[in-house]
Design a protein around this ligand. Sequence first.
Ligand code: PXG
Length: 440
Amino acid sequence: MKPRDYDLDALWLPFTANRQFKSAPRILVSAKDMHYMAEDGRRVLDGTAGLWCVNAGHCRTPIIEAIQRQAETLDYSPLFQMGHPGEFRAAELVAALAPAGLDHVFFVNSGSEAVDTALKIALAYHRARGEGHRNVLIGRERGYHGVGFGGMSVGGIPANRKAYGSTLGRVDHLPHTHDLEHNAFTRGQPAWGAHLAEALETRIIALHDASNIAAVIVEPVAGSTGVLVPPRGYLEKLRAICDRHGLLLIFDEVITGFGRTGRAFAADTFGVVPDMITFAKGVTSATVPMGGVIVRHEIYDTVVNNAPPGMVELFHGYTYSGHPLATAAAQATLALYHEEKLFDRVRENAPHFENALHALKGVRNVVDIRNFGLMAAIELDPVAGKPGARGFAAFLKCFELGVLTRVTGDIIALSPPLIINRAQIDELVGTIGGVLRGLD
Ligand code: PXG
């Protein structure tokens, strides 16, 4: 290995144990298709599509070329009161993939911004309808909606909230749906748990009154907290309760969007259409940061048509909303998904992925395996008194053996690029199995 020509000290790494990392850094220097190259020259199979985002695989030529062409043609244009062709084209392509009725797209630069934008649109929508008192936002325990103040507040991860006392006040949370006693080792959607959606009506609406609630936001499949697949009928119940009480339903599809569940959006896969979809990650296969919100036309019309003519209707946006490099990357990425039929490929490979994973049932310390589309989790029994230690040991060992996984506590999460083939699925799962068999 060549000596490093940079120092590790100046950087504060995100969501990382900085001192531990800097004492034994894991550095990736290049990537192609399904693999990373580590600085010591090892090829590493990407079992997580980076951070659930490199859906088309790494360094794909058509995306690279589109970004290069765009950088040479129009590097940046002001995006407020101005436009460039790429942002309209990209919006049209994203809207065409969305469920019918969701047809307007607001661009941002990340999932966190997408979530905060959707929550603000929900508030602006109710205000434009003359119901500005609807300003309570409902999330779910174990939900992850990024790290902005809005997303953190509706999110349900204690560690992400506890240091920041000033989370939004007017929020509440549904119970999560994870239950090993009823649902361990379920393939696909669990049969048990739809009734947990009823808490929206019997507890949350009963407490706050529907007239004060703006919106409910959930991940159709919770990703970050370990692939929590919605019980059969759960999302349908949420939809029905929101309809009965005039609440907007937001699906946070930052992870599930762009093929992860076998269709463009999980809304299609589960047949439940929300009022807004937040997306990021896969829209550009993570080549250029980008996110956005897709909204129903009634929401766009209400906010836009209720403002005085000539006035800005939504006082919101980012310097880089619809950045030319991002919209070029999005167009090329969406074209690649289409040409290579990558969403169909997920449905074709999901049964093989499922069978390979569930063959690990019975391996020591494995207390659950769950999966949907090309997302899966293997939950381990924690070492007594050391939560997360076994999961992290598994992650390190897998990396050493040339397989990248992601751990959250003692849960190993998998979300490979959609281009993965069956031999690579076997290698991914086989390596994890071997590591788990060898771990204390
Ligand atoms: N919503 C959801 C559902 C997400 O998964 C965000 C919002 C925020 O996106 P940004 O682009 O602001 O990070 C996310 C992000 C992990 C992991 O390993 C998950 C995410 C990000 C980093 C790591 O679980 N999800």
